[in-house]
Design a protein around this ligand. Structure first.
Ligand SMILES: Nc1ncnc2c1ncn2[C@@H]1O[C@H](COP(=O)(O)OP(=O)(O)OP(=O)(O)O)[C@@H](O)[C@H]1O
Ligand SMILES: [Mg+2]
Length: 258
């Protein structure tokens, strides 16, 4: 593992998430899928990852989510070196990272609030989680309701999850991530299977929540026009490296500069 350099440490003190010299080779990949990744993301900053299929966007998000280990380099989150942690300390740091997948991974036979409170599993014992399923306390239900309020779905608290539309289910997945109170929220193509109106609503929601709660948001997208419209910065993953970066503004076309 490469030790952080002096300039990396200084940059890290200003950002919530800092990546340096990161290389990732998922099990089964013949060579690193990602290499030489350097990135700083601040609290409340919204970053879009664009790039052709198979370039490594999901691999980068899964690495940040702790599902794939880096083979070189460092990841610092909230002042702690994630790449140096093991066991309980690593689990604690990972619980500060929320993940919203392209195809939501909700448990359809459960009620909406039960899926939402799955976001608390990182801090609940197994016994408490099982008890919640049959007999939630009013304080626990209030927490679920508050997360659902943030995504405009408080009225669906007790609804069967399977009865919700695709866009509503995506919002439940976001509410579940909010219950984690993450510092970093990752979203892998969260609008890929949604109609354009719902897609815009979900991106508006994710980016405004990130700003309001001071979370860093990193989201992969295949639609450059949505990336430029909703995100502070757009980066392109190309041939396994982050090749471009640009501050973007709503009215400007996608601009990527090396
Ligand atoms: N476990 C693995 N074993 C072997 N190769 C892998 C593994 N995981 C990812 N890869 C390879 O890494 C490359 C990047 O995959 P990744 O899923 O990150 O791409 P992506 O940019 O998210 O693509 P898409 O836009 O299609 O979702 C691909 O060539 C993929 O085949
Ligand atoms: Mg992908």
């Amino acid at each position: 593992m490469i030790e952080p350099r002096g300039d990396a440490v200084r940059a890290a003190s200003r950002s919530l998430l800092t990546l340096r010299d990161l290389a990732v080779a998922p099990l089964g990949a013949a060579k690193p899928v990602l290499r030489d990744i350097a990135l700083d993301v601040g609290a409340g900053e919204c970053l879009a990852l664009v790039g052709a299929s198979g370039t490594g966007k999901t691999t980068l998000l899964r690495t940040l989510g702790g599902q794939i280990a880096a083979v070189a380099g460092t990841i610092e989150l909230d002042g702690e070196w994630l790449t140096a942690l093991r066991g309980k300390a690593l689990r604690r740091l990972r619980s500060r990272v929320g993940f919203v997948a392209q195809k939501h991974d909700l448990v359809e036979p459960l009620r909406v609030h039960q899926n939402v409170m799955a976001g608390a599993l990182g801090r609940w014992s197994t016994l408490r989680a099982l008890r919640y399923l049959c007999r939630p306390t009013s304080a626990e239900l209030a927490e679920a309701r508050s997360a659902l309020e943030a995504v405009g779905l408080a009225h669906k608290l007790r609804a069967p999850t399977a009865a919700l539309s695709g866009g509503e289910q995506q919002r439940v997945a976001i509410a579940r991530a909010l219950v984690q109170a993450p510092r970093l929220l990752l979203a892998d193509e969260p609008v890929a299977s949604l109609d354009p109106v719902t897609a815009r609503a979900i991106l508006e929601l994710l980016t405004s929540l990130a700003k309001r709660r001071g979370m860093a948001l990193i989201c992969s997208l295949h639609q450059p026009e949505l990336a430029t419209r909703y995100f502070d910065r757009v980066l392109e993953v190309r041939e396994g490296t982050l090749t471009g970066s640009a501050a973007v503004h709503a009215a400007q076309p996608l601009r990527l500069t090396a």
